[in-house]
Design a protein around this ligand. Structure first.
Ligand code: GDP
Length: 440
């Protein structure tokens, strides 16, 4: 995410923090470099200029020059200004209606349907809501099917009227249906066009006026740079929406849209979408995004995703097993499954401070676990419970079954043994103390 911008800001800030002495001149130089980095990332010149002016004023006002850690102070100033640029605290989705109506708008291909599914999944699993998805893209039957597939995947009902070509009617019927069947939230996925056009705007305006949504969200593809900002403005003029959803932030986006939308439409970014998996959705927090942009990682989001996927009850059971030396390959498989559910590997690792840069040129295979899984699946239940019984002949059988080599098995067994030892050690007070010391 935002790799280029990250690199350039890092360089600008590194230069200044590396200096023994900081002068007004090199603050000015740094600020200039920051401005250039922002413009390169597709931030409009005016926004970049205003921002860097503020950074410079703050830097000089806060006595960066005499501060003991000028570099750090400078990073903090840049961080706070970036966060401020992207908006204040996160405002959640308005769910005060009964049912609450959420209208999804945006251009075709921006990721509306995918996001509708993700939002439904989020409201169902995190907020315990009974959600109804409504397919209103009457021009593309494939879009309706796509929503149905997503609905099936996440276990959310999808309301459709294949014969009806009137989205205003379909949404009204769907809301009636939701009331009768005690749904808490109705998410209406609308049709988009490839570009802003009057018909589309009239249609979405009509739906908006008829259903009077509690929440209108505008979905925009962050890869489209400054166009994203223009589209955001056009839709806001018509709908006066409540919030923005930025999609495809997992891609090679330069970041300009995330940084500038707020200043143009004065509406908060509420969610960011980072992949095609239904779980790849994050609530947007400006400060955390600033952390990520500055390569400081986003540990909080990482922990949140982990907490969502890891079951506490399971964790307790696992701890008992470890204490009793009963941790086997089946438990290991479960752990792998949980990690995979958290999302794309590279994206996850990118949330770890400092990891972004290190990972830039490394191609992380999302199927990195595949070989390990294949090996484990080729073991018998007894072997999985008690790897100590895996003899050479058993190794041969497992290698054949999994299409891997004996070396692969040996390596896995060795890693497993080391891991078991470490986990056992972490159970003891000394081990915990050591881990704490290491963490420090
Ligand atoms: P719609 O026309 O606005 O409904 O857009 P879709 O939801 O059909 O999305 C268009 C394409 O973008 C599909 O191929 C999606 O799988 C893909 N897509 C949507 N959101 C994301 C995202 O956050 N990241 C990536 N990489 N792809 C996405």
């Amino acid at each position: 995410m935002f790799q280029n911008l990250q690199d350039k800001l890092d360089k600008a800030l590194h230069n200044i923090s590396g200096r023994g002495k900081i002068t007004e001149i090199n603050v000015a130089e740094t600020v200039k470099e920051i401005r250039r980095a922002l413009v390169d990332a597709d931030v409009s010149y005016k926004v970049a200029k205003d921002l860097t002016k503020k950074i410079q004023e703050k830097a000089l006002g806060q006595n960066v020059l005499t501060s003991v850690t000028p570099g750090q102070l400078m990073v903090k100033i840049v961080h706070d200004e970036l966060a401020d640029l992207m908006g204040g605290d996160n405002v959640g989705v308005n769910l005060s209606g009964n049912p609450s109506i959420v209208l999804i708008a945006g251009l075709q291909g921006s990721g509306k349907t995918t996001f509708s599914g993700k939002l439904a999944n989020y409201l169902k699993t995190k907020k315990q809501k009974k959600v109804l998805l409504v397919a209103c893209d009457v021009y593309r039957p494939a879009a309706i099917d796509q929503l149905k597939v997503l609905g099936d995947q996440i276990g959310v009902e999808v309301y459709t009227e294949f014969e009806n070509k009137n989205p205003v009617e379909i949404s009204s019927h769907a809301i009636e249906y939701a009331k009768q069947n005690k749904f808490n939230v109705v998410i209406i996925d609308t049709a988009g066009r490839l570009a802003i056009d009057e018909n589309m705007m009239n249609e979405i305006r009509n739906i908006h006026q008829k259903v009077i949504p509690n929440e209108t969200l505008f979905v925009v593809d962050s890869m489209t740079g400054q166009d994203a900002v223009n589209t955001a403005k056009a839709f806001n003029d018509v709908l006066n929406y409540d919030g923005v959803v930025l999609t495809k932030l997992d891609g090679d986006t330069r970041g300009g849209a995330a940084l500038t939308i707020r200043t143009v439409v004065e509406k908060p970014i509420k969610f960011i979408s980072t992949g095609e998996k239904m779980e790849a959705l994050d609530v947007f927090y400006p400060s955390r995004m600033a952390d990520r942009i500055l390569g400081m990682g986003d540990v909080v989001s990482l922990v949140e995703r982990a907490q969502e996927q890891f079951d506490e009850e399971e964790a307790r059971k696992l701890q008992k097993k470890i204490a009793k030396n009963q941790f086997g390959f089946d438990d290991f498989l479960n752990q792998i499954k949980q990690i995979k559910r958290m999302g794309n590997m590279k994206d996850l690792l990118g949330m770890i401070p400092g990891a972004g840069k290190a990972l830039k040129d490394i191609n992380i295979d999302d199927d990195a676990f595949k070989h390990i899984e294949a090996l484990i699946y080729s073991m018998t239940p007894e072997e999985r419970r008690n790897p100590a019984i895996i003899t050479t002949s058993r190794k041969n059988r497992i290698a054949k079954g999994s299409g891997r080599t004996i070396q692969d098995i040996n390596q896995l067994l060795k890693q497993f043994e080391q891991m078991s030892k470490m986990m056992k050690m972490m159970q003891t007070p000394q081990g915990r103390m050591m881990m704490q010391a290491m963490a420090k």
